[in-house]
Design a protein around this ligand. Structure first.
Ligand code: ZN
Length: 192
């Protein structure tokens, strides 16, 4: 399985398992209890039944437009809206939900949604930088930056490689996203 914003789906989340889809009740491969066909068929998140909304990946329409405008000051609103709508749709209907503790809006970088590439851990940040602690702190999404404190890296970031959200007993998960257009990364912190 390959998705634009999670290209290594099998490694990061694992093959989907057979089960009953909560929307169409078919027994088929499901992502978080919703089959892929139902993900794609919903016209927009607004049209999807209220009780299923927490099963959907959530876009950041305002942020995408703001970033696109900033990067392309000469583009008119129509062009920005056209591109942004395509990207919002790809996130909401073409990207399976990442299993975490809280639902969150998918991070965007460089005017596009970023690709989920890894679970954050010390080995990961130490590989991408000589100063892993600094690389981690710099990458933390502004929405969750408030939780950082001086010893956070030492005390909370896992020492070993985390392969999937299921093989960890940690009360905090670190989702690493990388821009599709540059080397920039963002870490989203998800706590129980
Ligand atoms: Zn279905």
């Amino acid at each position: 399985m390959k998705f634009k914003y999670i290209s290594d789906y099998n490694k990061l989340i694992g093959l989907s398992t057979q089960g009953e889809c909560r929307i169409c009740n078919h027994n088929t491969s499901c992502f978080n209890e919703v089959c892929y066909r139902c993900y794609q068929e919903q016209e927009s998140l607004k049209n999807c039944p209220e009780e299923f909304r927490d099963l959907y990946t959530v876009a950041r329409p305002d942020e995408i437009r703001k970033q696109l405008k900033l990067i392309n000051p000469d583009w008119n609103d129509e062009k920005i809206d056209q591109i942004a709508r395509k990207r919002d749709h790809e996130i909401e209907h073409g990207t399976p939900l990442i299993n975490g503790y809280q639902s969150f809006q998918w991070p965007c970088i460089d005017g596009d949604y970023a690709e989920f590439i890894a679970y954050g851990c010390k080995p990961f940040y130490n590989t991408i930088s000589k100063d892993g602690k600094k690389a981690f702190e710099t990458s933390v999404h502004e929405e969750v930056k408030d939780c950082l404190y001086e010893e956070y890296w030492e005390e909370r970031v896992p020492d070993e490689v985390i392969h999937s959200s299921n093989d960890t007993n940690y009360a905090t998960l670190f989702f690493v996203f990388k821009s599709l257009h540059s080397d920039k990364i963002v870490t989203y912190i998800d706590s129980m």
